[in-house]
Design a protein around this ligand. Structure first.
Ligand code: COA
Length: 160
């Protein structure tokens, strides 16, 4: 049976840490659907279309990957598309509470679902999208933290 997983996130913007999780997830699952969440409650730097474009651009060379928007509840998407696996990355112990809470809530809402965690590679443990946004806001170089297309877009946003 084909194993399909979703990797949901805000990706504001996608970082090399996310890309590391995506590449590893694409090796584990036959198809990995990257779900870019709308997050109306969050004031994101990039709008949903920009975030999707950046994820698409960053994952061009990665096989088995599809990028889609997520507008509602994650479990509703999973039920509608008959997907049973959620992929998430764990960076440090500090991620655990939040991830555990989400995994348990999702499994309460949809008991067939399984959240699968991959541990962040050593070089990305410290990395976060907000850190990258902050560096860009001061005109700093983000090229070692995010894929090339995101570096360009971050620089453009700051100049605007
Ligand atoms: N490498 C680098 N950074 C990482 C990372 C990794 N491996 N894993 C997480 N992060 C960082 C991100 O950069 C981001 O940093 P920031 O907070 O500084 O901006 C933060 O961790 C989390 O971002 P992300 O991985 O994009 O996930 P998220 O926590 O924003 O995603 C959703 C949350 C979208 C999965 C969740 O809100 C959701 O499912 N929403 C849909 C509605 C729903 O069903 N809600 C009920 C959920 S129980």
């Amino acid at each position: 049976m084909e194993k399909i997983a979703v990797y949901p996130g805000t990706f504001d913007p996608i970082t090399n840490g996310h890309l590391d999780v995506i590449k590893r997830g694409a090796e584990i699952f036959d198809t990995l659907i990257i779900l870019v969440a709308e997050r109306k409650e969050k004031h994101t730097l990039f709008n949903i279309n920009e975030r999707i474009e950046l994820v698409k651009c960053a994952t061009k060379g990665v096989k088995n990957v599809i990028v889609k928007p997520l507008n509602g509840l994650l479990v509703e998407f999973l039920k509608k598309n008959d997907v049973k696996f959620i992929l998430r990355g764990l960076r440090a112990v500090s991620d655990f509470d939040y991830e555990f809470q989400m995994a348990l809530t999702n499994s309460m809402l949809y008991k067939e679902v399984e959240t699968v965690f991959v541990m962040s590679s050593r070089e990305f443990i410290f990395l976060s999208s907000s850190l990258v946004r902050e560096i860009a806001s001061y005109g700093g170089d983000t090229s070692m933290f995010v894929p090339e297309c995101a570096t360009k877009k971050l620089a453009e946003k700051v100049v605007k």
